[in-house]
Ligand binder design. Sequence first.
Ligand code: ARG
Length: 641
Amino acid sequence: MTLPTLPSVQGTDPDRVVLDSFRVAVAEQVAKALRISIGQAYQAVDIGKKGCDFSVPMPRLQPRISDPSLKGLDAKQLVQKVVQEFVPNDYIAHVVAADKFLHFEAKSSTLMRLVLDQIHALSRSAPSSREGYGTNSWGAGKTLVMEFSSPNIAKPFHAGHLRSTIIGTFIANVYEANGWNVVRMNYLGDWGKQFGLLAVGFERYGSREELEKDAIMHLFNVYVSVNADVEREKQIGQGRETSRLADEYFHRMEKGDESALGLWQEFRDLSIKRYKETYQRLNVAFTVYAGESLVSPDGIKRALDTLREKGLLTEKTIEESEVNKSSWKKIVPASDPEADTSSGKKDGQGSEEIKPAWAVDLGSLGKPVLQKPNGTSIYIVRDIAGAIQRYQTYSFDKMIYVVGDQQDLHFKQFFKILGLMGEQFVDRLEHVNFGRVNGMSTRKGKVKFLDDILDAAREAMLTQMEKNPEKASAISHPEVTSDQIGMTAVKVQDMQAKRIISYDFDLNRMTSFEGDTGPYLQYAHVRLCSLERTVAPELVLPSSVSEIDTSLLTEPKARDIVLLLASYPDVVRSSFETREPCTVVKFCFRLSHLISSAWESLIVKGRERELALARLYLYLCARDVLASAMRLLSLVPLEYM
Ligand code: ARG
């Protein structure tokens, strides 16, 4: 097929974004008729809503028109002008006036050919998330530091951490698909007084063997036991021995005492080892395990010095700072009752003498304490110094923190303080937030560990499958399959709506095969895969797909599918701009619905060979695009069920 050559337009990439060719072809016609530049015209070409392929709103272009012969015309007259001068070609077949809009129709045979061939070529040659169909190179050379997940060692992995893990992975994938270089960073809560407490607890309740087996669970149990000791001592009003020992221990850690740090290091290493296993199960990986402990003490000191030099630190009595701590408490996830003992909330020292603390007055954003009387560092200061340290290490173009909306105030304060310190890079920081999950519990009760959630989802999936024994018997590895579909269920439920919306954790609903659920998506993909298996070996795509006669795909349904597939690169771009995974989830559902409504009319099996091949080609391209979109969401598309 030889097509007319198109002018090149900045910001377009027809070799990877097939619709760009058609948009440029529309822009060419509009630019010629209205005597404006092709770049200006291109900006006004939208993908058409129902009923047309592309639309151009004339009011958007009107201010750009300067040609004297056109100056006096109103929007409708300008629309007419374009319609009169329109010359159909191999890209654009038709135009109609719709009030102040122009509606263009792509030439179907060209559309079928170019879209399917591009999908096929890019999916075969570069199936990776970096170069495959849907990706682009607009972000080439730029670096994103992506901080997400960030659980606290020896504390529960709560719903906020799960959402951060799921959404963070998606955003990292999307940046990569837009050409960025991405550093995936897990910022562990691995520092603070609770590690003193943990060390004391380990002497009393710890077991080496248990620690090696499952550090996360064991440290949590030790932590619960030693906290009970603290509470008991408080109740009987004597000693506070445990708390004192913990303080001493953590003090040694902060001083850099190697014997104290040795145990902590072991806790950290073994916890990371255990986390990695679960993250792997979840199809999530990190470039670096950072943590609060790794923020350099020098950096913290420098940050405080800068603030003091700039006259930003004001004295606060300890009573006042207590007030501040209770407002601080609100920004710590509610489901984490022990959160941030490091800020000194549970210091258990009773009547402390009145010493000054240092705070910064941020007006309407409050007055966060930055330095406590006892000198231990504070969460927000670790974030301030940590950001500077990361900028020195990565000189990132962008850094995103994916953390729940309970910490909105914290991030506003922390960014504001960096700005006051004169750090220019603060413009590159962004807090991507999300709403809460209600009722995340399993049959065993409240969730403490990530594996509990995933196990519960797997069990629920197995139950679903057992309800349908016929299907169940066809599943070769029910354990593995139910685990994968279970995780798909959890992830899809999490990414289905705008991030900020809270939702109820509903195992029954999310694991159903009915409705817009993760299992439904997996099923749609499996069905596309099984088509290829059922028609083979009689029907296989030729190695040179140009032999396939795509002009046989004349049904409106086929055209709808192809247009939707063609919009996928735009979906990837727009979810990059909004950081909203739901854009991609919605695309997956639209595609799955469209395909499921096509099975009855676009039949492959038993059809005349040429027609069957063309349809098979269409379905396999749809399969590849669905799989790419699922992978972008960090799902593992299944081939069998
Ligand atoms: N570990 C913290 C928590 O569980 C989340 C850390 C968020 N990231 C940050 N840079 N402050 O609440």
